[in-house]
Design a protein around this ligand. Structure first.
Ligand code: UFG
Length: 343
């Protein structure tokens, strides 16, 4: 079974390719390498013993995408990760985000339609809930106006997908991710932020290893147990596995409606300071950090109601925060030793 994975050399994409290949799928990656490196393809081969097919181009180039589908007529399904994802950058360069994330999305759905590829999994985000009215937040919660162009592209893509599904043979699942962290147990793939990381855990591991001087904890005056923000952190391998379950659900025709949406998290919320303390505990490293003011646009607290995914998809997250942080640290240590992949 041939499956297309766009953004397959990225953080979540690469872990999903590994899981797909371990289940015997024949994986075709399209990635423009704008936020990843070709060495990830080697790493996937080292882990699984199989080299995924790889094509380097931008999905905004529709002629190339159409040619790709012409050359690979047996592709049966697509998992779509390729997108720009830096919240702050999207505020500075909204048109870059709208152009990249939306044009590529429309091109992909059009080419899939032209080639009768009717199974599609989309990487969405809990960002669509904004500051939720109730917790844990379930899939029926209100979609809030997005605080960033990045978040808006996730909402718009969900809408485009739902509308397209209504009028075509396409069947789709949107997975709303909470906060993916951690790395593959082999420490051969993981998160590879270019420049200064925006996200908490890469910043934590880079600080512990000495690449950054100090972690800044954004705010300790929120209405939470210790004043810092709460998130639902999920191990990236658990998240990757949810994609396999979702694509199989579509390929086997087990989906109840043509368009389905699932929260993908652990259902547990941890504060920033709990993450810091757990990291120190499992690694034995002392983390240099200071409390600073709030970061604009941050949600105070969010964690998932995962019962729908647990019951209907038959998927649940298996790994706890300690395992997530241990694996993130093992990856940082491996990265620091590795040549060829630049952190
Ligand atoms: N944080 C710090 N210091 C840092 C980085 C983060 O204290 O240096 C805090 C943040 O304030 C937040 C928490 O750590 O409270 C998590 O922050 P991340 O940036 O790791 O994650 P976010 O929840 O802000 O963002 C994630 C994804 C986005 C997505 C968003 C909402 O990275 O892509 O969830 O779904 F838009």
């Amino acid at each position: 079974m041939k499956v297309l994975v766009t953004g397959g050399t990225g953080y979540i994409g690469s872990h999903t390719v590994v899981e797909l290949q371990e289940k015997g799928y024949d994986v075709y990656i399209i990635d423009d390498l704008s936020n990843s490196t070709i060495e990830i393809v080697d790493a996937i081969e080292e882990i699984t013993g199989v080299r995924p097919h790889f094509s380097q181009f931008d999905l905004c180039d529709k002629a190339k995408l159409a040619e790709f589908f012409k050359q690979n007529p047996d592709i049966k399904a697509c998992i779509h990760f390729a997108a720009k994802k830096a919240v702050g950058e999207s505020v500075e360069k909204p048109l870059l985000y709208y152009h990249n994330n939306l044009v590529s999305f429309v091109n992909l759905l059009e080419c899939m339609g032209d080639n009768n590829v009717n199974s599609f999994v989309f990487s969405s985000s809990c960002t669509v809930y904004g500051e939720p009215e109730y917790l844990p937040v379930d899939e029926n919660a209100a979609i809030k106006p997005a605080v960033s162009p990045y978040g808006n592209t996730k909402q718009i893509c969900e809408e485009i997908l739902e509308d397209t599904i209504k009028s075509t043979d396409l069947q789709g699942i949107a997975l709303r991710y909470f906060n993916p962290i951690g790395a593959h147990e082999s420490a051969k793939i993981g998160e590879l932020p270019i420049g200064v990381p925006n996200n908490l855990v890469p910043f934590v591991t880079q600080t512990a290893i000495g690449k950054r001087e100090k972690l800044r904890v954004f705010g300790d005056d929120y209405d939470t147990k210790d004043g810092s923000c709460i998130r639902d952190y999920i191990h990236v391998v658990d998240l990757a596995k949810a994609h396999i379950v979702a694509i199989e659900r579509l390929l086997e025709g087990k989906n109840v409606t043509p368009y389905e949406v699932f929260n993908i998290g652990t259902g547990k919320g941890f504060s920033v300071l709990e993450v810091v303390r757990t990291f120190e505990k499992v690694t034995g490293e002392k983390l240099n950090y200071e409390i600073v003011g709030r970061r604009e646009g941050d949600v105070e607290k969010v964690w998932a109601d995962t019962s729908y995914a647990n019951e209907v998809l038959g998927w649940s997250a298996k790994m706890d925060l300690e395992q997530m942080l241990k694996s993130a640290w093992a990856w940082e240590l491996a990265l620091s030793k590795k040549e060829g992949i630049k952190a």
